[in-house]
Design a protein around this ligand. Structure first.
Ligand code: EPU
Length: 350
């Protein structure tokens, strides 16, 4: 365990913006978490559980305590003919887990290749891509309750998974530290290839298997999404909005090409990136903050931008989409501290 004061979080957020935490504690083993919580250092302080920092935008220093579980380890815990259970510690890198599963012939998460972040954060965010969401393969989530130091186990139902969301991100925020996740993977996976463009690329690679699907997803992601090692970003900055049948009919009258995907129950998901591009904002710069020039749903730090600059540009994007399409975009990225706490910024909570 390491406890620090006035600790820079620049290396711990993929936007690579500067922000200083009043206190920061890193945990390398589960028992360190309970020991630390027993010292009552958190009383009355704001807290932030940090994962890979790939879905966070710091817009100011953090005056509370950052809890950073970096627990490592991946083990198969149960194997049956069709399925197996793999327990990964929360601090494992998500894509290392995907690579490990694919190399072993275990299916279920190959479409989630190359998503930045940690195993613990994959649950908080219910990460998703190319037709798969992580909730489909979660068997159990292990956590420590911050208030009473008890170990708790959650089923997927408990977690309240939704599109890019869960109870850990919503009503339970700041209450639990996820320590490990058990995934149910498959030895005879059913491949999910129906996302536009995926099948054609995988077929070009010859045979369809876990390896070629992983390669396909990696190449599609690399062609559109900036590598956080090279350009600071937090993936999709906004969620794709979901609207009902009447609303989609009205929009399609004016914009017949607007990509939309039926979700069942008369609900349709819209491509926010398309709307942003049609507002003429793809590639738009404001100082060192920018809308990515290959995928307009992604905000980037071209080097040296502050979190506030990125947030301000994102608010312009939000305003432009609202003015043109009448749609209110919601942030997928978590802004810390929440904009409501910063008096000089007239940002609306996402
Ligand atoms: N589009 C444009 N212009 C743009 C961006 C997109 O016209 O600048 C169009 C595309 O041509 C396509 C449609 O919008 O017709 C959808 O684009 P894309 O396939 O790139 O996916 P997305 O909806 O923008 C979502 C997820 C991504 C995920 C991909 C693939 C959200 C908020 N984003 O993006 O997730 O990788 O689908 O499944 O749901 C993330 O959450 O951080 C993330 C990257």
């Amino acid at each position: 365990m390491e406890l620090k004061t006035d600790f820079s979080l620049k290396a711990f957020n993929t936007f690579r913006v500067e922000a200083v935490a009043a206190r920061y504690v890193r945990f390398d083993a589960e028992n360190e978490i309970a020991d630390f919580l027993g010292r009552n250092l958190l009383d009355g302080k704001r807290r932030l559980v940090l994962g890979g920092g790939s879905n966070l935008l710091f817009v100011d220093d953090f005056d509370g305590i950052v809890l950073h579980p970096l627990l490592k380890g991946i083990h198969m815990v149960k194997a049956a003919r069709q399925h197996l259970r793999v327990r990964a510690m929360a601090g494992e890198n998500w894509d290392d887990l995907v690579a490990f599963a694919v190399a072993n012939g275990w299916g279920g998460i190959e479409n989630l290749s190359l998503i930045p972040g940690s195993v613990g954060a994959s649950v908080v965010q219910n990460i998703g891509a190319y037709g798969v969401e992580v909730k489909a393969v979660i068997d159990r989530v292990e956590a420590i309750s911050i208030d009473d130091r008890k170990k708790v186990f959650f089923t997927p139902k408990d977690c309240g998974f939704d599109y890019r969301s869960s109870n850990f991100k919503g009503t339970w925020a700041g209450r639990f530290i996820i320590t490990a996740v058990v995934f149910k993977l498959s030895r005879q996976p059913e491949f999910v290839l129906d996302y536009p463009g995926v099948k054609a690329v995988v077929e070009d690679l010859g045979s369809i298997n876990l390896e070629t699907i992983r390669q396909t997803i990696i190449s599609i992601r690399q062609s559109k999404l900036p590598d956080p090692e090279q350009v600071g970003n937090g993936g999709s900055f906004f969620k794709n909005p979901v609207i009902d049948g009447n609303a989609i009919d009205r929009l399609l009258n004016g914009y017949p090409d607007l990509p939309h995907y039926p979700q069942g129950d008369d609900q349709f998901k819209l491509a926010a990136g398309w709307m942003i591009e049609h507002c003429g904002l793809k590639g738009k710069r404001a100082g060192k903050a920018a809308v990515h020039d290959k995928q307009a749903l992604v905000m980037v730090n071209l080097g040296g931008a502050t979190g506030r600059e990125i947030l301000e540009l994102s608010e312009q994007v939000k305003g432009a989409v609202h003015d043109r399409f009448g749609i209110k975009l919601e942030r997928e990225v978590l802004v810390v501290p929440s904009p409501g706490r910063i008096s000089s910024l007239a940002a609306q909570p996402g």
